[in-house]
Design a protein around this ligand. Structure first.
Ligand code: ADP
Length: 476
């Protein structure tokens, strides 16, 4: 692997912190020190904001076709450098290399898809009530946009914000998560290689609260897109008030996975393994609660346990690994705490009870049954390789249980009857519903939630709209 980029990208230059302070980045699988990234000060964040402001007019007015070509080139470079990029993701994030490769290709898709969308930002002409008037609607970039991204998909969460913003004609500042800044900085190198002008993309690392509040307080930054915890999302909503900033928020989830009595159970378990254990259960659309019709609950549980037993926990660089480490010790402590409370609350551990006493970041996969809505494990986003199973009798009960959460990101539903599945899907209070499917994320589809999972959409034509504003021209 070539030397990793570990400096911030500000105004087209790679910069250290003025003070020289750094933050260490470590490999969650081994504890090995990977790099140190700058802990920049507020003046440097403001410099990044000003450079995005300076770069805006030229980028925004550049023909869409040319912007599209640069985006396409970034996507192509990601594909060309996929092995290097995937290895970096696994090193700093821990997920199995196979999944990292999937993340790189998923990220490249966003650049490719939005490069095709950049040339289709069409306005409108609306018939007027007066004979001598014309009404035109222009769609223009909102301006300087910022992103705050999490560690679970270090490159994909950035790619889907950055690609949409650049396609819309916005310039961009991003703050990656402190656990996984290196993949973001790698993407910054590709942006430069693809010919993106200085200042169009800026990448800053350092104190999250300081960078966040500086971005939020800046009148230059017109929009912030955030993926992360509901708690920080709520803080950003409060901080957005003073500058009336537009937000896109993709926050926590508590995804139900409903298995009806007519479901193909083999297929359901196949979907369950992907939807639950991918990224060691650390995704916001991970299944959090399996809700299974009581008549098939035993068979479903047996099949799930058999498949779960075969999963291999280990270092993501090892080809055999299906579940990598949790991101850090705090994440492990949170999962262990939730497991202990489930145990105290009387849930039944079908597999992996030893995880209740885990002291390592490598948590064995767990299957728990007899889970009830009163338990902490039902209410909280687990963010670990823990499958919880509850049962229901009627479709109405399944809908009520599925909706029994403050979150509304993704839900899954397995049934052999399309009309029954559609009737239930219409009643699920979620932004996304996978019917006989858990691989629901795609560049061309609108990703996002309702309720306390946030608002705004990423991906699809709706994703680009989030970076555009309407201007209506009344011509007399
Ligand atoms: P998690 O608990 O999964 O790490 P967070 O919401 O804390 O989720 O993190 C998501 C992103 O939000 C990261 O980039 C993190 O650094 C950033 N972040 C954390 N605290 C703040 C804050 N006070 N203001 C702005 N961003 C923050």
């Amino acid at each position: 692997m070539k030397k990793m980029q570990s400096l911030c990208l500000i105004n087209g230059e790679w910069r250290a912190a003025r003070s020289g302070s750094t933050i260490p980045v470590t490999n969650p699988a081994t504890g090995e020190h990977l790099a140190d990234v700058p802990q920049i000060d507020q003046e440097q964040v403001l410099e990044a904001i000003r450079s995005a402001e300076t770069a805006l007019p030229a980028w925004q007015h550049r023909p869409a076709r040319e912007r599209a070509q640069v985006l396409r080139r970034i996507g192509d470079l990601l594909q060309e450098r996929q092995d290097e990029c995937a290895q970096l993701i696994t090193l700093e994030q821990g997920k199995p290399l196979r999944e990292s490769l999937g993340e790189v290709s998923y990220s490249a898709n966003y650049f490719q898809w939005f490069s095709e969308e950049a040339v289709r930002i069409y306005g409108e002409i609306i018939p007027s009530d007066s004979a001598n008037k014309r009404i035109f609607v222009l769609k223009q970039p909102i301006g300087v946009a910022a992103a705050i991204t999490p560690w679970n998909f270090p490159i994909a969460m950035l790619a889907r914000k950055m690609a949409a913003a650049l396609a819309a004609g916005c310039t961009f500042i991003a703050k990656p998560a402190p656990e996984t800044p290196l993949s973001a900085l790698f993407l910054g190198e590709l942006c430069q290689e693809a010919g993106l002008p200085a200042g169009v993309v800026n990448l800053v690392t350092g104190d999250a609260a300081m960078i966040g509040s500086t971005l939020m307080a800046s009148p230059i930054v017109k929009k912030v897109s955030f993926t992360g915890s509901t708690e920080v999302g709520k803080l950003l909503i409060r901080q957005s008030a003073d500058t009336v900033k537009k937000l896109t928020l993709e926050l926590g989830g508590n995804a139900p996975f409903v298995v009806l009595d007519d479901a193909d159970l083999e297929k359901a378990v196949e979907g369950a393994i992907y939807g639950k254990y991918r990224n060691a259960g650390q995704t916001c659309i991970c299944v959090n609660r399996f809700l299974v019709h009581e008549s098939v609950a035993q068979t479903f549980t047996d099949l799930l346990v058999a498949r779960t037993r075969a999963l291999v926990v280990g270092n993501g660089l090892d080809e055999k690994t299906s579940i990598g480490p949790l991101i850090n010790d705090a994440a492990r402590d949170k999962v262990v705490g939730i497991l202990q409370s489930a145990s105290n609350d009387g849930a039944t551990f079908v597999l992996g009870q030893e995880a209740c006493a885990a002291t390592s970041r490598f948590i064995p996969p767990v299957v728990i049954s007899q889970v009830k809505p009163s338990m902490r494990i039902w209410k909280e986003e687990i963010f670990g390789p823990v499958a919880t199973i509850a049962t229901f009798r009627t479709d109405a009960e399944a809908i009520a249980l599925a909706n029994d959460t403050q979150y509304g990101l993704a839900a899954y539903l397995y049934s052999g009857s399309l009309s029954r599945a559609l009737a239930i899907a219409e009643r699920l209070e979620y932004g996304m519903v996978g019917i006989n499917d858990t691989a629901i994320s795609a560049a061309q589809a609108p990703f996002g939630g309702i309720k306390q999972s946030g608002f705004g959409r990423e991906g699809s034509a709706h994703g680009i709209e989030d970076y555009l504003v309407l201007k209506y021209l009344s011509v007399a």
